[in-house]
Design a protein around this ligand. Structure first.
Ligand code: NAD
Ligand code: TDX
Length: 332
């Protein structure tokens, strides 16, 4: 697998994977990215030009996709509309990119018999009660709540059908919430860090007791590479690092880091259909493929992420105003 096509490779998680490939493998990487508002070419700066090439294009454009897939040994598919709140305001691009775009990619890998890895989310399983003893496993029934998670669920179903009906050589991973550098300021952790840096209060939805299962994006990348190399065709692997935290606990940790009072919080309108809790049981990936996360100290990972946002204000500051204007219009 020397020639790897990474869709969405200029986004938060995809760009981390491109860095991971360059640092840990001898692969040649082509990034196919539409460069939407969520992307950042800067996240790919400094990578060797003879190993990494960026093609600006749409995964729903069959001609572009086919020509790139034809010259690849594997496709790792990250490109998506990724933000739940945006999917509630305007679901159309989510259906187009997440479902139609995945369909176009599947048709191309079918035609050229190219290995495919589909990057998905734990949100396809819906949510868990706060006090439920169980976590999501590969056998949990699909029950997506938002337009975003419904389109990711739809794309997962397409991949399984293309494996079974057409023999496409694909694997799927469903990962929990990622954090780390280069995440857009619309998302929870970067939004709260940058609110505090700009002297405002963090903004928490509802009662703040919703739980997310945090994983560092570098651990997500190492897991995807492990699955691409060693995963069994047709299988799904859940990726998680035992990082369950309530939203209010994450915000208190950020406030503590900045020496601000822990109750200095702005409680804002809840998200419609807001999932209560996500939690991943990643035993299959660990026991079958031998993967382990490296970033298990969340406080340390959060501190490094806060430092990164402090040092990279020039990157996020131009994105911040427009993002906050959209939230303000919704009372969030
Ligand atoms: P992101 O929004 O930061 O990046 C998405 C990238 O895809 C951007 O660079 C964007 O320009 C590109 N893109 C969007 N539409 C495109 C199109 N039609 N054609 C080509 N490129 C297009 O997203 P992210 O947080 O990095 O998530 C990446 C993937 O990982 C997504 O598939 C998401 O569902 C999945 N995932 C994310 C998380 C998380 O916590 N963020 C967790 C689990 C799974
Ligand atoms: O300002 C906020 N205040 C707040 O309380 C924001 C932006 C979010 N929240 C809450 C909502 C969620 O309970 O924080 C939690 C995390 O929110 P997001 O960062 O929007 O993530 P989430 O909706 O959990 O989805 C993320 O993880 C799964 C990614 O955005 C998805 O792409 C991924 O599939």
């Amino acid at each position: 697998m020397r020639r790897i096509l990474v869709t969405g490779g200029a986004g938060f998680i995809g760009s981390n994977f491109v860095h991971h490939l360059v640092a840990n493998t001898d692969a040649y990487v082509t990034v196919l990215d539409k460069l939407t508002y969520a992307s950042s070419e800067a996240s790919l700066a400094g990578l060797p030009g003879d190993r990494v090439k960026l093609v600006v294009g749409d995964i729903a454009d069959a001609a572009v996709v086919e020509s790139l897939v034809a010259e690849s040994d594997a496709v790792v598919h990250y490109a998506a509309e990724s933000h739940n709140d945006n999917s509630l305001s305007d679901p159309a691009p989510f259906v187009q990119t997440n479902i139609v775009g995945t369909f176009i990619l599947l048709e191309a890998v079918r035609k050229h018999d190219v290995r495919f890895h589909h990057v998905s989310t734990d949100e396809v399983y819906g949510d868990l009660d706060l006090d439920a003893p169980k976590r999501f496993t590969e056998d949990t029934p699909y029950q997506p709540s938002s337009p975003y998670s419904a389109t990711k669920a739809g794309s997962d179903h397409l991949v399984r059908a293309w494996v079974r009906s057409f023999g496409v050589r694909a694997t799927i991973s469903n990962c929990s919430n990622n954090y780390g550098p280069w995440q857009h300021v619309e998302k929870f952790i970067p939004r709260q860090i940058t609110e505090v840096i700009e002297g405002r209060r963090p903004r928490v939805y509802g009662d703040g007791l919703n739980v997310r299962d945090w994983i560092h994006t570098e651990d997500h990348s190492s897991a995807v590479w492990t699955i691409l190399e060693k995963g069994r065709i047709g299988e799904t692997y859940l990726i998680g690092a035992d990082g369950e935290k309530s939203n209010v606990d994450v915000v208190r940790a950020i406030l503590r880091h900045f020496g601000r009072p822990e109750d200095d919080i702005e409680w804002v309108t809840d998200r419609a259909g807001h999932d209560r809790r996500y939690a991943i049981e990643s035993g299959k990936l660990r026991s079958e493929l031998g993967w382990e996360p490296k970033y298990q100290d969340f406080d340390k990972g959060l501190a490094a992420t806060i430092s990164w946002y402090q040092e990279n204000e020039a990157w996020w500051s131009p994105l911040k105003h427009e993002t906050e204007a959209k939230y303000a219009a919704k009372g969030q």
